[in-house]
Design a protein around this ligand. Structure first.
Ligand code: UTP
Length: 286
């Protein structure tokens, strides 16, 4: 049961990041010097996934261009002898195999996943929400793939959050079965009060193909959108689901503050930037 396919839902409007996201896809916002979505694709590749399926929508063509070959740019860099940059650009387009499918209307994350059914067929697959940037020694999805190998069920990435932040997430009720692993008993999307636990679902999932049937049964929920959490509740009626608390630091880069934190933290790790950048931060005298 090896995972081969990765789905990247990227058809949302990114309203939390307006006006930056009016004409530029949120997924193309740079974290230091790489677009957010490239971090997720690189995590997928480093986790052994081979086929990247990106769900795009209106105004998202920059994502396709980014992962495509750019002949003119490559010729220019060759002529100017900028071989290190050329190498970097070729690495992006040669990353892996990409397929694109278009969600005509942003009817929700669950809906975005449902339209990948004909590209997935009958196998388990990984889902990456590019907003969630996870900085970890072992790629988060690779950690999850290890749990999937053991249980063979859908696996949800979870992280502990404070009670006051629980309303921002899907939250699970679970029974701990081993260190960092819970059997999911119930899920609640963005609980207004009394969250069933402090375990919030983060943007990494391994889903069995049973999710497509569950999505068919799912009516529009919060915000009038077809919610993946609601579909997972239906999936629970027929299959077990496990949750896994991954190791690593996660940044919500779809949110302005989270995006700033991620940029500072990633810049401070960069050999070419850290000395000057650290000095700049120190000189701010905060
Ligand atoms: P978000 O809830 O972050 O929505 O979607 P959003 O539109 O991207 O951003 P905000 O909240 O308005 O700022 C979670 C993920 O699901 C995708 C988004 O692209 C994001 O990766 N998504 C959401 C879709 O692909 N289609 C949808 O209809 C909704």
């Amino acid at each position: 049961m090896r995972l081969k396919k990765a789905v990247f839902p990227a058809a949302g409007f990114g309203t939390r990041f307006l006006p930056a996201t009016k004409a530029i896809p949120k997924e193309m916002l740079p974290l230091v010097d790489k677009p957010l979505i490239q971090y997720a694709v690189e995590e997928a590749k480093a986790s052994g996934l081979e086929e990247m399926i990106i769900v795009t929508g209106m105004g998202k063509t920059a994502i396709e261009d980014h992962f495509d070959t750019s002949f003119e740019l490559e010729i220019l860099l060759k002529e100017k002898g900028k071989l290190d940059l050329l190498n970097m650009i070729e690495n992006v387009s040669g990353l892996v195999h990409f397929a694109y499918t278009r969600q005509k209307k942003p009817l929700g994350l669950g809906h975005a996943i449902s339209i990948t059914q004909n590209l997935i067929n009958d196998e388990a697959f990984a889902v990456f929400l590019g907003d969630d940037i996870i900085d970890s020694k072992t790629p988060a999805m690779k950690q999850m793939a290890g749990v999937f190998e053991k249980y063979g069920t859908s696996i949800l990435a979870v992280q502990k959050v404070s009670k006051k932040d629980a309303h921002l997430y899907g939250v699970i009720k679970g029974k701990k079965v081993s260190p960092g692993v819970w059997r999911v008993l119930d899920l609640v999307e963005k609980p207004r009060e009394n969250p069933p636990s402090n375990l919030a679902i983060i943007g990494r999932y391994i889903l069995t193909p049973g999710i497509f049937k569950a999505l068919e049964k799912t009516a529009p929920g919060k915000g009038g959108e077809i919610q993946l959490t609601d579909a997972l509740k239906h999936l629970l009626e027929t299959e077990e689901i496990y949750a896994y608390e991954f190791e690593g630091n996660r940044y919500d880069a779809g949110d302005k503050l989270g995006f700033l934190k991620a940029n500072v933290s990633f810049a401070l790790k960069r050999a070419d930037l850290k000395v000057e950048f650290k000095k700049f931060l120190k000189d701010l005298g905060l």
